[in-house]
Write a new protein. Structure first.
Length: 378
């Protein structure tokens, strides 16, 4: 639903009831991920998309019906159809599970607050019950910022506590996901399936080394939505004029800056200096941090020497294995722009536990769920 937060915020402020159709599960290859929504108000105005056009007409009619009839939320399933090119189905071969519900903003005022936080660029999560007891399906509570405090309620203190904890964890990870909650006496007796819609602060890309490759990488990082920092100890090179698309340019020794930088599991650290006096103290610290990616530029000979020096500095083998070096995927890159593409492609592949191989060489769904990828043996 956060894909249409701007319109939903307006409708909530106006206390305008609307029908909300949300993709709650995706199987196989589908155009848009779980959490994507379409909304329709009582005037018939529609906003959003859940399939890139394949099933929008059928979803629109379901929304109109739910608004007209009221009552309990409805479920709809859309799968592949090849019998009729105009039949309701997904020509991409995937399957969508869609929850359609009526939302009365006056009954859930915390939703307007969550949408406002999203529009201000602040972290927020909306935990929407998509399976469970009839009275709870479609209900939602919100977590604002990185504090595990609920806004709204599911009318049960234990359920609220369990859902809030899951929503807070996913918000800190920056990931929208469906989770199972409850079903036991120690947490909450009601078993619920909850889709947590997450809007997190921008992930960070920390680029060390104010070189030409860093200029291209900062542009690519900005394009991908990262908050980009370029750091170098040499003031003649570390200037805002050389890196206009970086969010900040820092003049400092790299390891000293990293010691005070805020990082999380989505942070990408790219070391482009290939100078041991900068690299070794920096990588020794970086490999011990809970970040998502650490890569370092240099030849294979430089990499071997770097591993030797890091090992002598006491970095354990398990941490050395995290280092992506030489940095980037093998794309035959030569120019700074091609190299930046190679690096960011590896960051995306590494974050998604993907192979980085051509899709044409593989089989099966191209949008394999992340949880399944993580479960595969190395």
């Amino acid at each position: 639903m956060l894909n249409i937060a701007d319109t939903l915020h307006l409708w909530c402020r106006e206390a305008r009831p609307f029908a909300l159709a949300t993709v709650v599960d995706v199987r196989g290859s589908a155009p848009l991920p779980a959490g994507t929504s379409v909304a329709v108000d009582e005037d018939g105005t529609a906003v959003g998309s859940i399939s890139g056009g394949c099933v929008e007409g059928a979803v629109y009619e379901l929304c109109r019906q739910v608004l007209r009839d009221g009552g309990a939320p409805q479920r709809a399933w859309f799968g592949y159809s090849d019998d009729d090119a105009f039949a309701v189905g997904l020509t991409c071969g995937g399957e969508l599970d869609v929850l359609v519900q009526r939302v009365d903003p006056a009954a859930q005022p915390h939703l307007a607050t969550a949408f406002e936080e999203v529009l201000r660029g602040r972290p927020a999560a909306v935990a929407q019950v998509v399976d469970g007891p009839d009275g709870l399906v479609g209900r939602a509570l919100c977590v604002l910022g990185y504090v595990d405090a609920a806004h709204g309620t599911l009318d049960d203190e234990e359920v609220d506590r369990a859902v809030t904890a899951q929503a807070g964890a996913l918000l800190r990870a920056g990931r929208t996901a469906r989770v199972e909650v409850g079903g036991d006496a120690d947490t909450c007796p009601e078993k619920l399936s909850v889709l947590v819609h997450v809007h997190a602060s921008r992930p960070r890309m920390l680029i060390f080394g104010a070189v030409d490759f860093a200029a291209a990488l900062s542009r690519m990082g900005h394009f991908l939505g990262y908050r980009v920092t370029v750091c170098d100890a040499r003031p003649v090179f570390a200037t805002a004029a050389r890196f206009p698309e970086a969010d900040e340019v820092v003049i400092d020794w790299p390891h000293r800056y990293l010691e005070r930088a805020e990082v999380d599991g989505r942070t990408a650290i790219c070391v482009l200096t290939h100078d041991a006096k900068f690299d070794i103290p920096l990588l020794r610290l970086a490999l011990d941090l809970p970040v998502g990616y650490v890569g370092a530029m240099g030849s294979r000979r430089t990499h071997d020497e770097r591993l030797r020096l890091l090992s002598e500095a006491g970095v354990p083998e398990a941490q050395l294995a995290r280092l992506r070096s030489p940095i980037g995927l093998d794309l035959g890159a030569r120019t700074p722009e091609e190299t930046a593409l190679s690096i960011t492609a590896e960051i995306i592949s590494y974050a998604n536990h993907a192979t980085g191989l051509p899709l044409s060489d593989g089989t099966g769904p191209i949008h394999e769920p992340l949880i399944r990828r993580q479960a595969r043996p190395e």
